[in-house]
Design a binder for this molecule. Structure first.
Ligand code: GLN
Length: 242
C-alpha cells in the first residue's frame, strides 16, 4: 500500500450500488485531497482484477441476489483478501456488510449462502424489514461518544459472534435487528447498516477509517455545512420514531 498516494477502492457498484453508498468512496477520497494528500479513487467491477495495493476498500448496499454474485466474484478474485492481509481497511454497508459475515439467507426459501468470512456474524431474514432514519451512538477510540446519523432499509438481521464487536449502540432504529447493537468491527473490517451515505453524514467516522488505513491521526477538518446537515438529520431521527 502506498500511503503517499492512497487508493480508495470502490467495489462492484453494478451489483451493490443502489443505495448511493458510492458516496462513501467519494468522501474518503475528498477528505484526503482536501488535506493535500494525493488520493486516488479506483472503481472495480466484476470481471476486473481487484487491486491488492488499496488503502480502503468499500462495499455498498444492494439487492439480495446481487449479494450472491458479489461473494462469488470476490472469492474467485481473491484480491480483497490479499489486501486485507497486507493491512488495508474494508468499510462495508448493509448488503456489503452482510456478505462479509459467515453466512446470510436469500429469497423466499431462506437459502443459506456462505459469506466472505471476514466478520464473525450471521444474517437471517428478520420478522420485519427495518426501514427509516437511524441514530446510533459510536464510542470513538479516544472514549468520547459520537452520534451516527443515516437511514436503514434491510430485511436481514445480523447476529454477532464473539470475535466481532458492535460498531455502535442503537438509539433510534433497528441496527443489527435487535434494536440494541449496530454494525460490526473485527480487525480492519467495519460493517454497518446505515446509508446516507453514512461517511458523508458522519465525517468523524470517515476520518476514523482514514486514520486506521494510513496509520496516523489526520488533522481536523471541520466543514460547517456538514455539521449543520448532520444536526438536522440527528434531530429528524430523534423526532421520527418513538
Ligand atoms: N438485501 C439486503 C437486505 O434486505 C440488504 C439491503 C441493503 O443493502 N439495503 O437485508
Amino acid at each position: 500500500m502506498n500511503t503517499d498516494r492512497p487508493k480508495i477502492v470502490l467495489l462492484y457498484q453494478s451489483l451493490l450500488g443502489i443505495y448511493g453508498d458510492h458516496g462513501n468512496a467519494v468522501v474518503l477520497t475528498k477528505r484526503l485531497q482536501w488535506r493535500g494528500i494525493d488520493a486516488e479513487l479506483v472503481t472495480v467491477e466484476p470481471g476486473q482484477k481487484v487491486p491488492t495495493d488499496g488503502a480502503v476498500y468499500l462495499l455498498g448496499g444492494g439487492e439480495d441476489t446481487a449479494q450472491i454474485t458479489a461473494v462469488q466474484e470476490l472469492k474467485a478474485d481473491g484480491g480483497l483478501f490479499t489486501a486485507l492481509d497486507d493491512g488495508a481497511m474494508l468499510f462495508a454497508v448493509c448488503a456489503g456488510y452482510q456478505i462479509c459475515g459467515k453466512s446470510f439467507t436469500i429469497g423466499a426459501h431462506d437459502e443459506v449462502i456462505e459469506g466472505l468470512g471476514l466478520l464473525d456474524a450471521e444474517t437471517r431474514r428478520g420478522p420485519q424489514r427495518a426501514v427509516g432514519e437511524v441514530l446510533h451512538i459510536w464510542t470513538q477510540p479516544d472514549g468520547n461518544t459520537c452520534p451516527i446519523t443515516g437511514f436503514e432499509n434491510h430485511g436481514g438481521w445480523t447476529e454477532l459472534g464473539s470475535d466481532a464487536k458492535p460498531l455502535a449502540a442503537v438509539e433510534v432504529g433497528w441496527g443489527n435487528g435487535n434494536r440494541r447493537d449496530e454494525g460490526a468491527v473485527q480487525g480492519r473490517v467495519i460493517g454497518t447498516y446505515p446509508h446516507g451515505p453514512v461517511l458523508a453524514r458522519n465525517p468523524q467516522l470517515a476520518d476514523h477509517v482514514l486514520d486506521m488505513a494510513l496509520g496516523r491521526h489526520l488533522e481536523p477538518l471541520d466543514i460547517p455545512e456538514i455539521t449543520a446537515l448532520r444536526q438536522r438529520r440527528i434531530d429528524a431521527a430523534r423526532t421520527s420514531r418513538p
